[in-house]
Write a protein that binds this ligand. Structure first.
Ligand code: MG
Ligand code: ZN
Length: 230
């Protein structure tokens, strides 16, 4: 294994410190606008966008006063996911990261201002599909959520401990496939608990619309419904 040089490590520390300053400013912005901001992390194909499409539908079906969902989509290329959210009735902007493999706080401030959700909205940032460096970059979010599907390995929490440790909630997607895939649910939950003893684990099928109620209740827990027609 190649050891990284002191210069590389100093550069990395500088990049992270700069990001942390932007994240602190984001956090103040989000609080002042009363947005509940979630940062969604997961591998490509984990079902992050499908979860958001299903969340939009589930929030719309609830008897409570509607909470609006706004989405910042991060991908290296295309605006496909932002268009999926819009087609599902949500508001979304796409941030293209080019060669970048994660979102940084400065880009989030611009995207959030562009979206400008009303007070009390839920604002979800769908990070670039990647379980490694997105865990290191604070975006100013209230909570990180790791999304993992039953088509991935049930030992993923042990392989990507930084993301799972940083998670305030974990969503296991594609539960409708459990009878057909070798994913061992009990082993997965055991791996999660070894890395992160406290985060709630929500088990959902976006395709079948299963398990979304508890997830939506958690996701919107601290968002206040807007009191006026803002
Ligand atoms: Mg996506
Ligand atoms: Zn990265």
């Amino acid at each position: 294994m190649a050891l990284r040089s002191t210069v590389e490590l100093q550069l990395e520390a500088r990049i992270l410190a700069k990001n942390d300053r932007a994240a602190t400013a984001n956090r103040e912005l989000f609080q002042s606008r009363q947005w509940r901001v979630l940062n969604l992390l997961g591998s490509p194909g984990a079902g992050k966008t499908a979860l958001l499409e299903a969340t939009l539908k589930a929030l719309g079906d609830r008897p409570e006063p509607p909470i609006q969902l706004y989405v910042i989509e991060g991908d290296q290329a295309t605006d496909n996911d932002a268009r999926r959210i819009q087609a599902a009735g949500g508001h979304a902007v796409q941030v293209g990261t080019g060669q970048g493999c994660h979102l940084e706080a400065a880009a989030i401030a611009q995207a959030a201002e562009l979206l400008n959700p009303p007070h009390g909205s839920l604002l979800v940032i769908e990070n670039v599909g990647n379980l490694v460096c997105p865990a290191l970059f604070d975006l100013g979010e209230a909570a990180k959520v790791v999304v993992i599907s039953t088509t991935e390995g049930d030992d993923k929490p042990l392989k990507y401990p930084h993301a799972f440790r940083a998670a305030h909630a974990i969503v296991l997607t594609k539960t409708d496939l459990l009878p057909y895939v070798p994913f061992d649910r009990d082993r997965f939950l055991d791996c999660v608990r070894r890395i992160n003893p406290t985060a709630p684990v929500f088990e959902v099928s976006a395709l079948m619309g299963l398990g979304l109620g508890d997830w939506c209740a958690w996701a919107t827990a601290t968002t206040a419904a807007p009191t006026d027609a803002s």
